[in-house]
Design a protein around this ligand. Structure first.
Ligand code: HEC
Length: 212
């Protein structure tokens, strides 16, 4: 039995060696990302129209290209969470509207992205928080201190990260982060109504700073 297994093993390894490890695909001609290309040096349509020869493997953008899709004014409060004076806003930026669907989306996104650490109730006692070794505990988002913060503070912390917390801006859309921010207000209201503890986690940065 063992000998049979050994034989099958050897045959498998041999078969992989004979068929799999060929380098043709690796050494074949191809365009490397960011590399040069003789082909494009000759046929480049952009080169043809402004008299330059680029020869880049990646296509340069034709002059006066206009972005489609998500590129927006980088100072738009929707993306920064701040008003023209640079203060964090405490309302939903245009064109967002507070609707039942919007809050439901916020709940769904919060539960997926934030609750593992901050807890479903926002008290900072998510499963990761309870089981992990943390240099600092995830903040309670229902603490009185965090409740006093404007909506734009939740948005910015979520998008860019906060202290040791990683930012979620690469994984969530700004619209969804606003929905999450609005939902954090729901959690705070829930905490008030159900009499949850509203103290900071024992070692949030603010409390650390206040230590003598
Ligand atoms: C992997 C765990 C983890 C996840 C997931 C996480 N956070 Fe955090 N968050 C933390 C920790 C830890 C801190 C405290 C960081 C520090 O003190 O350095 C924090 C702090 C914050 C703060 C600052 C609160 C204060 O103390 O002033 C906000 C707001 C916040 N998180 C929002 C969010 C939002 C919104 C999401 C989901 C998009 C999220 N967090 C997901 C771990 C997490």
């Amino acid at each position: 039995m063992r000998r049979k297994a050994l034989f099958t093993g050897c045959a498998l390894v041999l078969a992989m060696g004979l068929t799999g490890c060929r380098t043709d695909m690796w050494v074949q001609q191809k365009v490397e990302a960011q590399g040069n290309s003789e082909f494009y040096a000759l046929t480049d349509p952009v080169a043809a129209f402004n008299g330059k020869v680029y020869g880049d493997g990646s296509r340069p953008m034709p002059p006066n290209t206009i972005a489609r899709g998500r590129l927006q004014d980088p100072n738009d409060p929707l993306l920064t969470g701040k008003d023209a004076q640079g203060n964090q806003i405490d309302y939903l930026p245009k064109p967002l509207k507070l609707t039942r669907e919007f809050l439901a989306r916020g709940e769904q996104q919060y539960n997926a992205f934030c609750s593992p650490c901050h807890g479903r109730a926002g008290d900072g006692k998510g499963m990761i928080a309870l089981r992990g070794q943390w240099p600092r505990m995830p903040s309670s988002l229902i603490s009185q201190r965090v409740q006093n913060m404007p909506l734009g503070y939740y948005f910015a912390s979520g998008m860019n990260g906060f202290g040791i917390m990683y930012g979620y801006g690469t994984r969530m859309t700004p619209e969804d982060m606003w929905a999450v921010s609005a939902y954090i207000r729901v959690l705070q209201e829930n905490a008030r109504l159900s009499g949850l503890e509203m103290t900071d986690a024992p070692n949030t940065p603010i409390q650390q700073a206040q230590k003598p």
